[in-house]
Ligand binder design. Structure first.
Ligand code: AMP
Length: 241
């Protein structure tokens, strides 16, 4: 990922614009998490990352975490019913009232159909706004470098990249001086499996939302601020269309 400890936080948007439910779609490493965090800061709406929720369960060694750990470490998708329950639970929380950014969900057509149905049944709040989807794209080599180069500080969660955004001292966080860690599923072999899963199971989800119409595609292999600007432009177009 190209996010950096030194990136500027985007300025708050005019509060008149309500992004509503937003899906960020794209391959592993394309920058969904980085962009979701920037939109969250900008609009004051939560990022809902199914990967983060699963990793939090692993860290706390919950029954869900124990069941999911091996699958995640190997880049295999967790069962639809499990992630759907997680998302339903999260969407009940009041901080989703003005919108939210789903990052890493839906990842299968089954999840997409479940979400469409779930939102169609919601009768109040921002969920009555139709969901809009933004797909972020980047080429294979860029994704490979972003994933296999990604390192995270275990103390402050800052994200570095050994190719594009290295720490000042190799292997150490600039701020915390803690030893940086690599996610087990960021190895090259697991990346290749995750890409295969993406092509087989998640690419059809992107087509599903493209056909629904409330959809834009943005180029993800640009500086992070430019990608955010393109997503913002897409959201405004989609919400005023
Ligand atoms: P991420 O952090 O989004 O790359 O997700 C890391 C891993 O968590 C994935 O490789 C899957 O094993 C699992 N995961 C995250 N989101 C989902 C989802 N929507 N459906 C199934 N598995 C998921």
């Amino acid at each position: 990922m190209t996010s950096s400890a030194t990136q500027s936080t985007p300025a708050p948007a005019a509060i008149t614009f309500v992004p509503g439910p937003v899906l960020l779609l794209g391959a592993p490493g394309v920058g969904k998490g980085t962009q979701a965090q920037r939109l969250m800061a900008q609009y004051g709406i939560p990022q809902i990352s199914t990967g983060d929720i699963l990793r939090a369960n692993i860290a706390k060694a919950t029954p869900l975490g124990k069941a999911a750990k091996d699958l995640i470490d190997q880049g295999i998708l967790v069962a639809d019913a499990i992630v759907q329950d997680m998302v339903a639970d999260r969407l009940q929380q009041p901080d989703t009232a003005n919108g939210y950014i789903l990052d890493g969900f839906p990842r299968t057509l089954g999840q997409a159909h479940w979400l469409d149905e779930y939102l169609a049944q919601s009768e109040s709040g921002v969920s009555v706004l139709p969901v809009v989807a933004v797909s972020i794209t980047a080429d294979f080599t860029e994704l490979l470098h972003r994933i296999t180069g990604r390192r995270t500080c275990p103390a402050c969660k800052r994200i570095y990249n050994v190719y594009s955004n290295p720490p000042l001292r190799e292997g150490l966080c600039d701020v915390e001086q803690a030893a940086l860690v690599q996610r087990p599923d960021d190895s090259e072999s697991v990346f290749l499996d995750r890409m295969k899963t993406f092509e087989e199971q998640t690419a059809p989800v992107i087509e599903h939302y493209r056909h629904q119409g409330r959809f834009r595609q943005v180029q993800g292999d640009l500086p992070v601020e430019q990608v955010t600007a393109a997503i913002n432009a897409a959201l405004r177009e989609l919400r005023t269309a």
